[in-house]
Structure formats: structure tokens, C-alpha cells
Design a protein around this ligand. Structure first.
Ligand SMILES: [Zn+2]
Length: 373
């Protein structure tokens, strides 16, 4: 079975707002070309790079219907959806925090959510062994009634709730390796024990008041939300170790029907919205880790939805490595930064400090985790 790659040109046409980087233009803040860091280029250039190397030809390139109002309303209150649609029809605007949209933004966001839903369904239906949704706008920060962090609809949650409603699956593991906390996904499933949510993120980056390791769910959902905040500067080894020691054993223990990755590339060493040192090889290796685990526990069922990642130059290479690994391709787009980022990894002294940080998290917060094997 091939890998399904779900994308839609309209997602690259989403835009709006008068920002210079993350700052509203005005007073002393001069406009810049490109506006918000969340712009089409990182995603479009990933698709372009795959076309140029030929990787696209090894994938099943697909589009998707938009998510329906009914599907969106399983996650978002109807009054939020109506307000969003009305403002979108009227020319665009903003309903939350740093989530501007233009005319037609509602329809584009519904397509973005539809791509995630279709990618999840294609795996659960057995059409593809694994799949990738190049969703834009992203989704993992969006709360049911409050868009934030460039996210207007909760793409992955919309897909999961549709799958549950249509009897496609019962247990879902969502691993979020975007460098920012997956606060939207966490909030939507916080009291449920059929969706395990795990977020690996830079501590106190965004949002600044969520993502604590102590937030582990409530009610029936207690123990089914895990936050692993990493100090700034963590690099390749820390990400791999975090996966091996915490995320993978927790997912294996949960025994999901499918592993879903909120796949942000903003932990990379050149991302303007973080201070981490992950490389193209980090994303490839993490993909290998989850693919291997999926083969072991859920017949290989693995889906990824694109989230953040703001380096127009590097995201396409990181994404290419992920897609090549997912589909088992031999086509490689070599890391354009060569050995530079390897040389910049933390020294052994600091690597030991990051390991000690993980020791502390495991001992204090997740003492019952099985040892990965
Ligand atoms: Zn992010």
C-alpha cells in the first residue's frame, strides 16, 4: 500500500491580517513582506520539493471534500462556526488571537480540516497504510470556541470525532511534536479516555500558560493527557530520547487503533518561533520510530497532519524526509545545512542535563510508564 498525501491548492491561498511577524503593524512596527510567519511558502515549497525530486510520484496524491458543518460542529459550537462564516463572507477579519483570515477563509479552513479527516479515514479504511495531510491553516491550537496561534479549526479533532461517529475506530493516540503546546487538542479530549493526547514542546513558548507536565486530564480522562515540556536548546538526542522513554511506551501501553501525529517542523534549528535544535534527521528518525511502533501495535496505521514550521527554506527538507520515511522511498533530498546543525548540538554536559530533566519528569509525573522494548 502506498502513502496517501492529501493537499489542496486553496489551503495556500489562506491569508489575512496586517502583521509584521507576530506583531500587529502600527506605531513603530513597520509592515514586512509576507506578514505573519504562518504563510503559504513553507507548505507549498514542501509540495514543490517533492515534485522536483520525484517523491510525489511515489505517493498517492489526493484532494478532499471540505469538512461539513455537521462534522465541524462535533468539535466547535455552532455560534462560533456561524460567526466565522459570516465574517469570512463579509471580507474576513479575526475572532481570536493571531488568527486573521480573508474572504473565504471559512471555506479554506473547512478544506484544511477535511484533508485531515480524509487522511485519517483513508488509513482506517485500509486504503493507505499511512497518510499525510498538508493542512493549512493548522489546527492544534484551536479551542472549540477560540481560534489562536494561527489555527482556526481543530483539524485532527474534527477527523477523530468523525471517525468515532462513523464507527471507523475506537481508540486514538495523538502525538504532537510541534514545538508549541497542543493546547487545542488537549482541551477537546481532556476528559476522555479513548483519545490519548501527548505533546512534546518547548517549555513556556506558546501558549505561555499551558502545557504543564501536571496537566494530565480530568474525570475519565485522567492519565490520558501527557505534556513533556523541554527546555530551550534541546536537540536531536533529546527528542529521540523523549520518544523512546516517554511517548512511545505510553502509546504502546494505550494500544490505539491508529497513531496520529500533529506534525510541526518548528523545533528545527532555524525556526524563528522556537529555540530548539532538531534537524532534518531528527524528524526522519522520529518518523521511523512511530512507523515501527505502528507496525508493532496497530497494523502500521499512522497518519500525520501538518501543523507549524516557519522556515521557508528548511521545512520542505524536513517534510521531505518524513514523507520519504513514511512511504519507504529511496529518494533523498540531502540536508542543505549539511553538518552545520550536527556541530551545533548540545555538548555532552548539556545532553546529560536534558536527560536528567527527563528522569525527573518520569519519576515525578509518569512513574508507571512501561519500559520501551
Ligand atoms: Zn508550532
Amino acid at each position: 500500500m502506498t502513502t496517501g498525501f492529501f493537499y489542496d491548492e486553496r489551503c495556500f491561498w489562506h491569508g489575512g491580517g496586517n502583521y509584521a511577524f507576530t506583531l500587529p503593524v502600527g506605531d513603530l512596527v513597520q509592515p514586512i513582506f509576507g506578514g505573519l510567519p504562518e504563510n503559504p511558502e513553507t507548505k507549498r515549497r514542501l509540495k514543490n520539493l517533492m515534485d522536483v525530486t520525484g517523491l510525489s510520484q511515489e505517493l498517492d496524491m489526493l484532494g478532499s471534500d471540505a469538512a461539513t458543518f455537521q462534522e465541524l460542529a462535533r468539535v466547535h459550537p455552532e455560534n462560533y462556526l456561524n460567526e466565522f462564516k459570516s465574517l469570512s463572507d463579509g471580507g474576513g477579519g479575526e475572532l481570536g488571537l493571531r488568527t486573521p483570515f480573508g474572504k473565504g477563509g471559512y471555506e479554506i479552513a473547512a478544506v484544511s480540516a477535511g484533508l485531515a479527516k480524509s487522511a485519517i479515514f483513508s488509513v482506517l479504511n485500509g486504503t493507505h497504510e499511512n497518510s499525510y495531510a498538508l493542512s493549512r491553516p493548522p489546527g492544534h491550537h484551536c479551542l472549540p470556541d477560540f481560534p489562536n496561534g494561527f489555527c482556526l479549526l481543530a483539524n485532527i479533532a474534527v477527523g477523530i470525532k468523525a471517525a468515532i461517529a462513523e464507527g471507523k475506530g475506537k481508540r486514538f493516540a495523538v502525538l504532537d511534536w510541534d514545538v508549541h503546546h497542543g493546547n487545542g487538542t488537549e482541551a477537546i479530549f481532556y476528559d476522555r479516555n479513548d483519545v490519548l493526547t501527548i505533546s512534546i514542546h518547548q517549555e513556556n513558548n506558546y501558549p505561555m500558560d499551558t502545557g504543564s507536565v501536571n496537566d494530565q486530564g480530568k474525570g475519565a480522562g485522567l492519565g490520558y493527557n501527557m505534556n513533556i515540556p523541554l527546555p530551550p536548546g534541546a536537540g536531536h538526542n533529546t527528542y529521540i530520547e523523549t520518544m523512546e522513554r516517554i511517548a512511545l511506551p505510553a502509546i504502546e501501553n494505550f494500544a490505539p487503533d491508529i497513531i496520529i501525529i500533529a506534525c510541526g517542523f518548528d523545533a528545527s534549528a532555524v525556526d524563528p518561533l522556537s529555540r530548539m535544535l532538531a534537524t532534518m534527521e531528527t524528524f526522519r528518525a522520529m518518523t521511523e520510530q512511530v512507523k515501527t511502533l505502528a507496525s508493532k501495535i496497530c497494523d502500521g496505521r499512522l497518519m500525520m497532519a501538518h501543523e507549524g514550521g516557519y522556515s521557508e527554506v528548511y521545512v520542505p527538507f524536513c517534510g521531505h524526509a518524513v514523507l520519504a520515511e513514511m512511504t519507504g522511498s529511496k529518494i533523498i533530498a540531502p540536508d542543505p545545512f549539511g553538518k552545520t546543525f550536527d556541530l551545533r548540538q548540545p555538548s555532552s554536559k548539556f545532553e546529560a542535563a536534558y536527560s536528567a530533566h527527563l528522569d525527573e519528569i518520569i519519576e515525578q509525573n509518569f512513574p508507571n510508564l512501561p519500559v520501551s522494548g
